[in-house]
Design a protein around this ligand. Sequence first.
Ligand code: FES
Length: 154
Amino acid sequence: MDRKDFLKQAGIILTASCTGAILYSCSNPADGEFSDDNIVNSTDPGFTVDGNHIKIDLGSEAGQIISQLNGWLLIRDRRILVINTDGQNINAFSSQCPHAACATSWASSNGNLTCTCHGSVFTGEGEVIQGPATRDLTFFESELTTEVYIITLP
Ligand code: FES
């Protein structure tokens, strides 16, 4: 194999590897990695806003996501994070990061929430476990029934 053939084959292998990595990371939201499915608005199907209550129908697409272990949502227009911590309990927090107030740049992995502005990491209970943030996320009261998840805003 001459140098030209080697470089050509190496390029094909590298391209295939990168494509596979991208497809894997984009097609596996069940493990909690970032996916467009996790970014929603309260005007989307399955959401009802009633005064200071945000209701998520558990039968909707968003409801199905938060019904799963480590399933999470960023409700972007209301600046709310929602995460399923153990398959049964769901917590809601303000998505305004206590470090420098980024509110719409979040990802999740292994049940933790990461503010992608500067990398602060919080548990599914909202506790800061990696800075630069030094405070926990602001907790919102919520209630889970058999059909809906209801977040109460302050
Ligand atoms: S604003 Fe979240 S880590 Fe800086």
